[in-house]
Design a protein around this ligand. Structure first.
Ligand code: MAN
Length: 207
């Protein structure tokens, strides 16, 4: 009787191990494969959830940002353009940041992070190639709190935009030490202009 019960228990144990319910005593963690697999799946699901939450928070933040009248600048986000000037290549990533990169190589300098849109009056001649701001009210993106300037302020950039067929960085100036101004052409503001002429001053008030 005793040996019959022993044998039945041994058989049951083998059946349970084969079904992945019971751990083999030799398994180092003492866990059955089914439990280890389930733990792994749980961990993967947790990581995935964290990722999804982070992405949701980023989208939420994005929605709260001011992308101008009717969000016309939203499509520009993440697009970058650059131009060479003096010892540096200057890069503008719309609604994100401006960067100064030494042509000879070396560290990049952050020239400001996007903070807001502003209206600015300009009075420039438009060159023959059309790559200029012209005169009147223009929309500008302000970038602030860039890398601190030795004996000066944190770097900041004002990016003034005028209508053009393509996104293009026309001109870069350092107006004061570590305070930069970029003149940029972009189709994003052409839309505004045509609507302005249709609706009078209405669009201006949206900003
Ligand atoms: C670097 C650049 C310049 C800036 C000086 C200030 O050389 O960022 O644009 O004028 O630092 O020290």
């Amino acid at each position: 009787m005793r040996s019959w019960v022993d044998q039945k228990l041994r058989d049951l144990r083998v059946t349970l191990i084969e079904a992945g319910i019971l751990a083999e005593s030799s398994s180092s963690s003492g866990e059955s494969k089914a439990v280890a697999d389930a733990k792994h799946r749980l961990e993967t699901a947790r990581q995935d959830l964290d990722k999804q939450r982070k992405s949701r928070d980023e989208h939420k933040e994005d929605l709260e940002k001011d992308f101008g009248p009717d969000d016309v600048f939203r499509s520009l986000k993440g697009q970058c353009i650059s131009t060479d000037s003096g010892e540096y290549t200057y890069e503008l990533c719309f609604l994100d940041k401006t960067t100064q990169k030494p042509k000879k190589g070396g560290g990049h300098t952050n020239m400001g992070n996007f903070v807001r849109l502003e209206k600015i009056m300009v009075d420039d001649d438009v060159p023959a190639d059309g790559k200029g701001l012209g005169s009147g009210e223009r929309i500008a993106m302000k970038f602030e709190n860039g890398q601190h300037c030795w004996n000066g302020p944190s770097r900041a950039t004002t990016v003034i935009m005028a209508c053009a067929e393509e996104n293009e960085l026309w001109k870069i100036m350092e107006e004061e030490k570590c305070i930069y101004r970029m003149e940029v052409g972009t189709p994003a503001v052409c839309e505004l202009k045509s609507r302005e002429s249709r609706t009078g001053a209405a669009v201006k008030d949206e900003l």
